[in-house]
Ligand binder design. Structure first.
Ligand code: AMP
Length: 397
């Protein structure tokens, strides 16, 4: 996978119509439709502002939610157009359709330095099917395609990959940073490279573990998935989260790590509870065996020390997935401590999207990280070393 792609700075956009794929998939209040977190709109501003300063006419587009090809008034992008306009301090022209009469007329009339937003791309079922006719129609409104929606680069949709067949395609600043930092860490990491993997399931991280076994110097396992590894090592896991079907595989991973000289660290102690609940009492388990009738809920103090030490001496740290049930305060310490260790190390620190990104933000360490990925599924597939259609379609630098 080539991560070295052309960016908005490598292409002349002055006076040109630019189709800009954003990730405006914002959370909304179910009852009122109000945007409850505008982080994704704010994140898109640097690329939008750059394009407008360069005198491009910007035709922004995005999906919102899962309308599955149907027109759903509750998922209109109109509130996003309004919020974007407030943040930019300028008019955002809103099209009532995607590639229909209104969008095409507004795009044709759009002047350099102006911005418009198309209606929710997924209102048209051809979007997710990567229909070439739909991609062609989208492309017909513009002269350049800029992709800045990292959260959807793992999907081959019309607006994320298909349009690149008809327009010169480059990345915006968000994708550029993902490729530089994450791509750099995978292709040519500052060593030692320490990967910390947590979360609930081994099965959802198999691809990542497999790929990182070829790249990382140390792999640290925490969270619910660690009990499948513990079981494979002959430990007792009580009623902890366990994926029976993956025990053998977890054992093979441990062997593979040994063969490759990759240090694989597993929890050496933990906090357990008799039930999965926020007010369950935390019992310290000083060792790898979880007593019968109990479930492992977090890593313990010795494990925290072990993992923090590994992070201290790292050149690069990649983290994806919480170390315990961090949603419950009594079992959030492991995740908090790992976030703190990342915040304090001199290493390049990269936090995959999703839960670990949320945890880092919630704990107030967001500005201490080198990079927090803007895509959950996309950053996992990135770490798996998979080819991402939304990146592969961009022009090579
Ligand atoms: P994932 O979606 O696979 O990244 O996993 C995130 C989820 O894993 C979070 O909701 C955590 O609460 C959960 N999790 C972490 N550790 C444990 C554990 N020991 N037992 C059960 N769930 C866990």
């Amino acid at each position: 996978m080539n991560y070295n792609k052309k960016t908005v700075k490598d292409i002349d956009v002055a006076g040109k119509k630019v189709l800009l794929r954003c990730d405006f998939n914002v959370p909304q209040d179910k009852a009122t439709g109000a945007i409850t977190d505008d982080k994704r709109i704010r994140a898109a501003l640097p690329t939008i502002q750059y394009l407008l300063e360069q005198n491009a006419a910007v035709i922004a587009c995005s999906h919102l939610g899962k309308p599955k090809g149907e027109w759903k008034e509750s998922l209109t992008l109109a509130p996003v157009a309004k919020r974007l306009s407030e943040l930019l301090g300028k008019d955002v022209i809103f099209a009532k359709d995607i590639v229909g009469e209104d969008a095409k007329a507004k795009a044709a009339a759009l002047q350099p330095g102006q911005i418009m937003l198309l209606e929710n791309l997924r209102f048209d079922k051809r979007e997710e099917k990567n229909d070439p006719e739909f991609a062609k129609e989208l492309a017909s409104m513009a002269e350049v395609y800029v992709s800045d929606a990292f959260g959807t680069v793992h999907r081959a949709h019309a607006s994320t990959a298909g349009v690149a067949a008809y327009l010169p395609a480059v990345s915006g600043f968000l994708i550029q940073k993902e490729l530089e930092v994450m791509g750099g860490a995978l292709a040519n990491p500052k060593r030692p490279l320490v990967a910390i993997l947590g979360g609930s399931k081994v099965s959802s991280k198999i691809g990542v573990i497999n790929n990182l076994l070829n790249i990382a110097d140390t792999i640290i396992i925490g969270g619910g998935m660690s009990y499948t590894f513990a079981k494979a090592q002959g430990a007792k896991v009580g009623k902890s989260l366990l994926e029976e079907d993956w025990i053998q595989y977890a054992g093979e991973m441990v062997e593979k790590a040994k063969e490759k000289g990759v240090k694989l660290l597993l929890p050496v102690d933990g906090l357990a509870a008799t039930e999965f609940s926020a007010d369950a009492e935390a019992h310290l388990v000083d060792g790898v065996d979880i007593p019968d009738g109990m479930m492992g809920m977090d890593i313990g103090p010795k494990t925290i020390q072990l993992y923090s030490d590994a992070v201290k001496d790292a050149g690069t740290v990649i983290w994806n997935g919480p170390m315990g049930v961090f949603e419950f305060p009594a079992f959030a310490e492991g995740t908090r401590a790992v976030a703190k260790a990342l915040a304090e190390t001199d290493a390049i620190t990269i936090v995959g999207g999703g839960d670990s990104a949320a945890a880092v933000a919630q704990l107030g360490y967001a500005d201490k990280m080198t990079h927090i990925s803007t895509g959950g599924g996309a950053s996992l597939e990135f770490m798996e070393g998979k080819e991402l259609p939304g990146v592969a379609c961009l022009l090579d630098a």
